[in-house]
Write a protein that binds this ligand. Structure first.
Ligand code: ASP
Length: 405
């Protein structure tokens, strides 16, 4: 008799819970967990990473080339950018309001040895802008520089569109590469329950209660603000602008959420979010392959929330009173900083320096939250990724409406 297998998302969840239990059992033996269990997670992560560049590059070229009309790229691009900008500004406001109301820094005792960590500098914003346009696109592909790859793929797709019939051979080649990468993504995801287990055990084993306890409030406020953004803002946008029931949306986006939660990398979760958007949420390939890679690099609502909560936490702990204009400054800089944050683990922590500097808060404050960064990163990355998928759903619906008009 053939027995039915549990659905993949349930198996991934089981991997996560077993990982948490084993991690708790291995508290104090983090070295063991890192040496023997983490490699399972790392192999899984490498498998996912190996498909990212060919997947994004090939699917974006074919996506743009099959839009049929260059002006469509501009229109979809503008809508996508506006959606990302507004949801991010909303996210940071929610973070600021909740952190202020709940007094996130209250009760935290500042110990001088908390401040030993050195602080890395965030890159200059203009530099980031200039670097988006690649001088050597092959180098961008080799380095996996996502924004440069996106720009190159859009230019290439637009070029193919312009030469019409002559571009067919190249189009077919990339189309076939993209198909192949989708297929491989599906196969790799079957290993996700083991990968998630391997990634989560060392995190739980390492983050002992004594590291977490003093900072429990920051963690709680960041998670709460993210939950509000998820279940209020995204539920609202997918319902009203995406014409989709929030329940269907959350169910469809769940594998990507979980992937982001465990890997703490938006870029690393990209193959899965593309699969969720296309297969479960009915987003067309051109839109998914344009909106999602862009979102994985520039749209970081979770990171924006985190920056807001941390800024207030650091201000309160150091006894700095913030004026209204400083709040506005935090909203502006955190929105920009979240755009500039790379979709890789820990990037948000580095960009927090930019926000603190702009607002005139002590940069040493970074050291306070550095110890729990992984726990906060899990929260912010998973929200970042769901935000990207919500945008894909919204843009798909608005393009459908145009066609049906
Ligand atoms: N890890 C986050 C991401 O990949 C970025 C961050 O650190 O905030 O989306």
């Amino acid at each position: 008799m053939k027995h039915k297998r549990l659905p993949l998302s349930i198996r991934i969840l089981i991997g996560l819970f077993l990982g948490i239990i084993v991690g708790l059992l291995l508290q104090g033996k983090a070295d063991f967990a890192k040496t023997y269990i983490l490699p399972i997670g790392t192999i899984f992560l490498n498998l996912i990473k190996l498909i990212i560049v060919p997947l994004v590059f090939a699917s974006l070229i074919t996506g743009v080339a099959s839009l049929g009309d260059i002006s469509k790229i501009g229109r979809i691009g503008a809508k996508t950018f506006l959606y990302y900008l507004f949801t991010t500004a909303f996210a940071i406001t929610i973070g600021l309001v909740l952190a202020t109301i709940l007094n996130v820094g209250a009760g935290f005792v500042l110990e001088s040895n908390n401040l030993e960590n050195t602080v890395e500098e965030a890159p200059n914003f203009i530099e980031v802008l200039v670097n988006i346009v690649p001088a050597n696109p092959l180098e961008s592909l080799v380095n996996g520089d996502m924004l440069q790859i996106i720009v190159f793929a859009i230019i290439m797709g637009a070029g193919l569109l312009a030469i019409g019939e002559k571009g067919k051979i190249v189009f077919d080649v990339f189309d076939s590469i993209a198909e192949c990468m989708y297929k491989i993504t599906g196969a790799i995801m079957k290993l996700a329950p083991f990968g998630v287990f391997g990634l989560i055990v060392p995190v739980v084993a390492e983050q002992g209660i004594d590291v977490l306890l003093p900072l429990l409030k920051v963690i709680a406020v960041a998670y709460l603000a993210s939950a509000v953004h998820l279940f209020v803002v995204y539920a609202f946008t997918v319902k009203t602008m995406g014409n989709m029931s929030p329940a269907k949306f959350f169910k469809g986006a769940f594998p990507a959420w979980l992937m982001a939660f465990t890997t703490t990398s938006s870029s690393g979760s990209l193959p899965v979010s593309m699969q969720c958007a296309e297969e479960d949420l009915g987003v067309s390939k051109p839109i998914a392959s344009f909106v999602l890679p862009l979102g994985a690099t520039i749209n970081m609502d979770g990171t924006a929330i985190y920056q807001g909560v941390c800024a207030i936490f650091i201000a309160q702990v150091f006894g700095v009173h913030l004026e209204v204009n400083q709040y506005i400054m935090i909203i502006l800089t955190a929105t920009l900083a979240s755009i500039g944050t790379a979709g890789v683990p820990g990037a948000g922590l580095i960009m927090l320096t930019m926000v603190l500097k702009q607002v005139g808060l002590p940069i040493e404050g970074i050291a306070l939250v550095a110890g729990i960064d992984r726990i906060l990163d899990m929260c912010r990355t998973s929200l970042n990724v769901v935000g990207d998928i919500s945008c894909a759903v919204v843009i798909e619906n608005s393009e459908q409406k145009r066609i049906n008009k």
